[in-house]
Design a protein around this ligand. Structure first.
Ligand code: DC
Length: 221
């Protein structure tokens, strides 16, 4: 069974996808982690993040290794585990420049489809999973939430990881990313048959219960 969960940062999709995968005992593919890992390599290389040709070169040369467990996706860049490092605000700020480069998207989409073939059954999370990468998935969800709720969730995640940020910085970072990002993935998110869930006023438990109920009613293809 293939389940896709797409949505913007802070919509609750990462937590929802992880918890759903754990409940269903399926591997979990975090595709944002792949874009973040390339951004990490871009920062390490010191190249200009607006130079698309240089970005693509880094993406082609970087050796990405993914380990998709039911509650995590661990990521290695050129043999180094960067699973935690790719969550920093610096990496978050550079990732949209990577994600808007179509040639890099093409590269990562192919890689995601290859991982999908190897896994067979899985829960995957991103922006384009239901629309572009796995349009034949058994169940496709899009999670949405208002900016304030998304900023608060992201702030809580970052401060839990001891990152020194204010809610204002997180809100500005989200707004800036939405600005760069949204042209890229907004048309992708609204892919027609996905079930759209507004999580602004829902607890994560409500979201999971909803997803589990919807999946249990879904006939497998
Ligand atoms: O979900 P996230 O915050 O980890 O995503 C990080 C970045 O990658 C964000 O800028 C959106 C982008 N992304 C994308 O364009 N397509 C995906 N399938 C997943 C993430």
């Amino acid at each position: 069974m293939i389940i896709t969960i797409d949505g913007p940062a802070g919509s609750g999709k990462s937590t929802a996808a992880r918890k759903l995968a754990a409940r269903l005992e399926l591997p979990y593919l975090d595709t944002g982690a792949m874009y973040r890992a390339i951004a990490y390599a871009v920062i390490a290389s010191g190249i200009d993040m607006k130079d698309e040709a240089a970005l693509l070169k880094i993406a082609q040369l970087t050796e990405l290794q993914l380990d998709c467990g039911p509650t995590f996706t661990r990521v290695q860049v050129d043999g180094h585990d960067v699973s935690e490092a790719i969550r920093s605000m610096d990496v978050s700020a550079v990732t949209p420049y990577v994600a808007r480069c179509q040639a890099i998207r093409d590269l990562l989409v192919k890689r995601q489809q290859q991982i999908g073939r190897e896994l067979g059954s899985f829960v995957t999370e991103g922006r384009d999973q239901g629309s572009v990468v796995f349009p034949n998935a058994d169940k496709r969800f899009v999670l949405e939430a208002g900016l304030e709720a998304r900023a608060l969730r992201r702030f809580q995640e970052l401060t839990a990881d001891a990152e020194d940020v204010t809610i204002e910085q997180v809100r500005e970072n989200l707004q800036a990313r939405d600005h760069v990002d949204s042209k890229q993935w907004e048309p992708l998110l609204n892919s027609g048959n996905a079930e759209v869930i507004d999580t602004t006023h829902m607890s994560i438990h409500n979201v999971i219960d909803h997803l589990v109920a919807a999946v249990s009613k879904t006939p497998t293809k």
